[in-house]
Design a protein around this ligand. Structure first.
Ligand code: AP5
Ligand code: ZN
Length: 217
């Protein structure tokens, strides 16, 4: 299956993508995680991306689209993929469509996670990520690790993202409304979108997502 996950910052895209990708045996591709990996390795791409990310702004398309296409051409995507955080504006959505059309493949669905803004702020404020793997996501209250500061899945050190500040979250929400939400309309025209509530326990949201993907088949 080829799926795109959309939703505001802190909706739980990374959390759900990690579980869904395992369940569906497809790779979880997060442009945010790819940027963070580049930042921690100190690559030129990482240096460029960091200045935008820390402000909560989208990284320019020239950088982002190339990076996403490179990742989509890896052999593990033959059976499909779950895209988390890409595309994030109409230009990226059109570039993805053109890339898929070139390969004579298409998306199977777009899952839209809906969550109120006050919940987003609470989720982001308590988020902790694993240094070894950005898909290992915790929350100090909602999903605490068994040992404080240590990843349950791999023993890695947990840290708080440098863009999880109040100011950056406000900008990320503005970027989401002005640039990312329009792609939902674009995909609705292609009858690909299912909107689900991202409120409730992680497992409840996963069940809704699985049901929505089955129904969309
Ligand atoms: P990115 O890393 O994609 O961040 P984001 O979209 O802002 O989304 P988040 O990672 O903040 O949230 P999430 O929805 O994954 O939530 P999570 O599962 O962690 O992008 C970061 C930056 O990179 C962007 O600002 C931009 O600069 C750049 N970038 C990335 N892609 C780009 C692109 N395509 N184009 C241009 N620039 C790009 O969950 C949040 C918290 O809530 C966690 O603590 C979790 O434990 C908790 N939680 C999850 N589910 C639940 C639940 N059901 N109940 C209670 N708590 C929950
Ligand atoms: Zn980990």
């Amino acid at each position: 299956m080829r799926i795109v996950l959309v939703g505001p910052p802190g909706a739980g895209k990374g959390t759900q993508a990690h579980v869904l990708a395992k369940t569906l045996s497809i790779p979880h591709i997060s442009t945010g995680d790819l940027f963070r990996a580049n930042i921690s390795q100190g690559t030129p791409l990482g240096v460029e991306a960091k200045s935008y990310m820390d402000q909560g702004l989208l990284v320019p398309d020239e950088v982002t689209i190339g990076m996403a296409k490179d990742r989509l051409q890896q052999p593990d995507t033959a059976a499909g993929f779950l895209l988390d955080g890409f595309p994030r504006n109409l230009e990226q959505a059109k570039a993805l469509d053109a890339f898929l059309a070139d390969q004579e493949i298409a998306l199977d669905g777009v899952l839209d996670l809906e969550v109120p803004e006050d919940e987003v702020v609470k989720r982001i404020a308590g988020r902790r990520l694993c240094r070894n793997n950005g898909a290992h996501v915790f929350h100090v209250i909602y999903n605490p690790p068994k040992t404080e500061g240590v990843c349950d899945e791999c023993g890695g050190e947990l840290y708080q993202r440098s863009d999880d500040t109040e100011e950056s979250v406000r900008v990320r929400l503005e970027e989401y409304h002005s640039k990312t939400e329009p792609i939902i309309g674009y995909y609705r025209e292609q009858q690909l979108v299912t909107t689900i509530s991202a409120l409730g326990k992680v497992e409840e949201v996963t069940q809704r997502a699985v049901d929505a993907l089955k129904a969309g088949k």
